[in-house]
Write a protein that binds this ligand. Structure first.
Ligand code: ZN
Length: 271
């Protein structure tokens, strides 16, 4: 017989509206609060399962991990805990897959792992994803979710900004299509490098997107920020985000964009 406590564990409380819903309802609703509609973060594997054709994903460089170049106190132990918690080796997952038959190269940052922060391994994986897409003429789709550069790797983390940005530039010069999908939160060094270099920039509803967080800005400038500042909708209104895409529509919208661009390429080649 299930105890009261077992039953209560089947419910998850929304941190936004504080109302409870059944775990299964959350999952059915793709981890968007069934009561208030607030988006909760999802794991990289779950996101990939929502956009890719079943069984089409081929992961690359799964075993790559960051070294501990600064011998930062406690970093190795913390990283090990993150690996156990998430069953990932790093916060970036990269690989090829198909969306409605279109082959794509994709990279997804998982915010459960050190807040999706970019250290050497994440920078290297993203760069490899971009380079693979360049070499194989594949469209590139990167889902960002990041607290920024990983402070435990110091300047080596910051160097990943230049490395990833340069790879995207080479990809762009080779004529590749890069769709950048910003999810909550995309901040710091990831915003200031590859995440904002897409040909098309999509975002999830309500996602926080910015460089420094709102609290830091308010403390620096000594002013209150406007309502909705740094949210996806505000950025779309100001031309920084092209389209807000609901989670249930991700696959359909990506497929539509790929059809439009790849068909156009084909016509261009034949013409
Ligand atoms: Zn809620």
């Amino acid at each position: 017989m299930k105890s009261f406590f077992d039953v209560s564990q089947n419910f998850v409380t929304c941190p936004s509206c504080r109302r409870r819903s059944l775990k299964s309802r959350w999952k059915e609703n793709l981890y968007i609060c069934p009561n208030c509609g607030k988006y909760r973060p999802i794991s990289a594997p779950f996101r990939l399962s929502l956009i890719l054709d079943e069984g089409s994903f081929h992961e690359m460089d799964r075993d790559m991990v960051s070294a501990d170049p600064l011998h930062f106190e406690g970093y190795a132990e913390k990283a090990q805990k993150q690996r156990e918690k998430t069953n990932l080796n790093e916060s970036a997952v990269i690989g090829t897959g198909k969306i409605g038959g279109f082959e794509v190269m994709t990279a997804v940052l998982d915010s459960r792992f050190f807040m999706g922060s970019m250290g050497v391994a994440v920078g290297e994986k993203v760069t490899r994803a971009v380079e693979y897409a360049t070499d194989h003429h594949l469209p590139l789709i990167i889902f960002s979710a990041s607290g920024g550069a990983r402070m435990q790797e110091g300047i080596y983390s910051l160097m990943q900004m230049a490395k990833t940005a340069a790879a995207v530039q080479r990809f762009s010069e080779a004529g590749g299509l890069y769709i950048s999908f910003l999810t909550h939160p995309t901040t710091g060094g990831v915003t200031a490098s590859f995440a904002t270099l897409g040909d098309i920039t999509l975002a999830e509803p309500g996602a926080l997107i910015g460089f420094a967080g709102p609290r830091v800005i308010e403390q620096t400038i000594g002013q209150k920020l406007p309502k909705g500042f740094q949210r996806a909708e505000y950025l779309q209104h100001h031309g920084f985000v092209d389209k807000i895409v609901e989670r249930k529509d991700m696959r359909r919208v990506l497929h539509q964009l790929l059809s439009l661009h790849l068909e156009k390429d084909k016509e261009g080649l034949e013409g």
